[in-house]
Write a new protein. Structure first.
Length: 312
C-alpha cells in the first residue's frame, strides 16, 4: 500500500460567507477543495478525507426547531450522521469528477463513522460547546426544565444549547477504512469528528456531544498507521503572536518547540489550540509529519513549499 495521508478539512471552509451557504454554494466550494486533494492523490499517496460539520449541523438544528410543531425534532447524534452523508456525497461527487478529468481511476467512498467516547469523560459534567439556534430566555428555561438541556446566553443574542466535547477514544469503522484503502479507494470518514457513541453493556448508543474534528482525525490517522496528517484551516500557516505587530509564521517546527509555544499560551483553545493538540497527539502515536495550511496552499504545502510542517 502507498503512504497514507489523512486530510482534515474544516466544516467552515465549505461555506465562504453567510450569503453563500446554500447546498449549491457548498458543492462549488467542495469542488475547489477537491482539486487540491486530487493534487495530493497524484503524488502517489493513499488518502483519507475527514471534515468538520459545525455549520451544517447548525442548519439541521434550526430547521428542526422551526418545524418542531409539525415533526419530531432531530436528535443531535442523528444530525451528525445526516451531515456525514451529505458532505460525504459532495466530496464523493466533486472528487470523482476531478479524478475523471485527470484520468485517475480511483473510487471515492464515504463511511458514516461512529467514534467511541468515555461515558465518564469530565466533559459530560460541564457542557461547553454551543450548538443550534438561539432561544428566548423563556424558551431556554423551559428546555432546561423539560429536556434537561444546559443553556447559556450567547453575546446578548439569546440563549443556546451547550453540549459536551469529550475526547475520542476509538473509531468503530477503522477496519472498514483500512479495507477500502487497500482496495485503492479514497475514503471519507470521521465527518464532524464522528458520531459520538458510548458503550453500555456491550452495545453502542449515540450521545448528544461534539467530538473535535482534528482530534478524531488524529486518532484515526494514528490507528491506521498514516504517515502524514494534513489539517486544513483558515490560515496558510501557524503563527506565534498572531494578529500582533510581531506576528511570526512557523514554517518548520519540532514538537518540543511547539509544546513550548502551547505552554506560553500562543494557541487559544477556541482557535488553533485543538489543531496543535491533535498534531502533537498524532506524532506521539508514531506519525511522521503534520502539515497545517489553508485549502489554497494544500498542494504547495505537500511539496514542502508552504504551510507549517511539524515533526517529532
Amino acid at each position: 500500500m502507498n503512504p497514507v495521508t489523512v486530510i482534515a478539512v474544516g466544516g467552515n471552509s465549505l461555506i465562504r460567507s453567510k450569503d453563500r451557504s446554500s447546498f449549491a454554494d457548498q458543492l462549488a466550494t467542495t469542488a475547489d477543495t477537491c482539486r487540491s486533494i486530487a493534487d495530493v492523490v497524484e503524488t502517489g499517496h493513499d488518502v483519507v478525507v475527514t471534515h468538520g460539520n459545525g455549520p451544517q449541523v447548525g442548519f439541521i438544528l434550526i430547521r428542526s426547531h422551526l418545524a418542531r410543531n409539525r415533526l419530531p425534532e432531530v436528535p443531535f447524534d442523528a444530525c451528525n450522521a445526516q451531515t456525514q452523508a451529505e458532505i460525504g456525497y459532495m466530496i464523493q461527487q466533486s472528487l470523482g469528477n476531478e479524478f475523471k478529468r485527470r484520468g485517475i481511476r480511483k473510487p471515492v467512498v464515504t463511511i458514516v463513522t461512529q467514534v467511541v467516547v468515555d461515558a465518564a469523560d469530565p466533559a459530560f459534567s460541564s457542557p461547553s460547546k454551543p450548538v443550534g439556534p438561539f432561544y428566548t430566555k423563556g424558551e431556554a428555561a423551559k428546555l432546561e426544565k423539560d429536556l434537561g438541556w444546559a443553556m447559556r446566553e450567547d453575546a446578548g443574542r439569546g440563549f443556546r444549547r451547550l453540549v459536551p466535547s469529550p475526547r475520542p477514544v476509538e473509531v468503530i469503522e477503522k477496519p472498514e477504512v483500512e479495507c477500502l484503502l487497500r482496495s485503492g479507494a479514497v475514503v471519507v470518514a470521521c465527518g464532524g469528528g464522528g458520531i459520538p457513541v458510548i458503550r453500555q453493556n456491550g452495545a453502542l448508543s449515540g450521545v448528544a456531544a461534539v467530538i473535535d474534528k482534528d482530534l478524531a482525525s488524529s486518532l484515526l490517522a494514528g490507528e491506521i498507521g498514516a504517515e502524514r496528517l494534513v489539517i486544513s484551516t483558515a490560515v496558510p500557516q501557524v503563527y506565534v503572536n498572531y494578529g500582533r505587530t510581531n506576528q511570526q509564521a512557523l514554517e518548520s517546527v519540532s514538537t518540543r518547540d511547539l509544546k513550548e509555544h502551547l505552554a506560553a499560551g500562543q494557541f487559544p483553545s477556541g482557535s488553533m489550540g485543538p489543531k496543535i493538540e491533535a498534531a502533537l497527539d498524532f506524532l506521539q502515536r508514531g506519525g511522521r509529519e503534520v502539515v497545517i495550511t489553508d485549502p489554497d496552499h494544500l498542494a504547495a504545502a505537500m511539496a514542502g513549499k508552504a504551510g507549517t510542517h511539524i515533526t517529532a
